[in-house]
Structure formats: structure tokens, C-alpha cells
Design a protein around this ligand. Structure first.
Ligand SMILES: [Zn+2]
Length: 136
């Protein structure tokens, strides 16, 4: 099951529960998603989890967050919302891709050649740059 956030034309925010991403797509395409408060079908998906909140400190005020802060926010998002599978990432990613395991978001460790193989197989992987290792 996956949860997806929506907002309707009257700014009601609600969460929809779907079997998987496919069934969400299907229902969205058919216009079957309606607001539980006002029953309008004019709803759009919102991405609550993706917003980046930057702390405003004295010296940082008014400054655009730098690249590392964006990276860190991205990494935190992944760490909070994805399941860590360590070295078994290539196996897990394949199992999910080929439908042997339930669809979910995962992250883990791969070697560059393992990552290349996954990409060549058409499995969508995204590199994470570990800011903690780079900065500290
Ligand atoms: Zn509504």
C-alpha cells in the first residue's frame, strides 16, 4: 500500500491510499480520485515530502541554500522515507523491478559496476552522494 497526498480545487488536503503506484496512476487517469470533503474530482497530487525547509540563521539569512545543503536535505528525505537494504541493494532492486517483491522505495550500497548493470537493465536507480563522508 502507498499513500499519496492530494489537494483539491478548494484547497482541501487529503491522503489517498492505493494498492501500488500503478493503481494510483490508473485511478488518476480515469479521474476517479475525489476530495472526501467536497467531492470534487478536480484534485492534483502534491509533494509534501519533497519540500526543503532551510533554517534561517543570522549569517544565513536571505542567502540561497548552497549545493551541500540541498544534497543533505535530499539525503535526509531518502533516509527518512526509503528502507535501507545495505549491500543487498542490487538483489532487492532486481526483485522489486521484476515483481518478485512488493514495490517499495529502498536505498543501499552498490559498487559503480553494479550500478551500471542496474541502469543497463532499465532499473531506475539514482546516485546518492554521502555528504557526511565528504564534508566530515
Ligand atoms: Zn475539497
Amino acid at each position: 500500500m502507498i499513500n499519496i497526498d492530494f489537494e483539491c480545487e478548494n484547497q482541501h488536503q487529503f491522503e489517498g491510499c492505493f494498492k501500488d503506484y500503478e493503481s494510483f496512476k490508473k485511478q488518476q487517469e480515469m479521474g476517479l480520485i475525489e476530495c472526501p470533503l467536497c467531492n470534487t474530482m478536480n484534485v492534483k497530487r502534491i509533494y509534501k515530502g519533497c519540500s526543503i525547509h532551510t533554517k534561517k540563521s543570522k549569517e544565513g539569512q536571505g542567502k540561497t541554500p548552497n549545493f551541500w545543503q540541498y544534497l543533505e536535505a535530499f539525503n535526509n528525505y531518502v533516509k527518512n522515507n526509503f528502507e535501507y537494504v545495505g549491500n543487498s541493494f542490487p538483489d532487492k532492486a532486481r526483485a522489486i523491478y521484476y515483481g518478485l517483491e512488493e514495490k517499495k522505495n529502498i536505498y543501499g550500497d552498490v559498487t559503480p559496476s553494479e550500478a551500471k548493470e542496474l541502469v543497463e537493465e532499465g532499473i531506475g536507480v539514482f546516485p546518492i552522494i554521502d555528504t557526511e563522508k565528504l564534508i566530515n
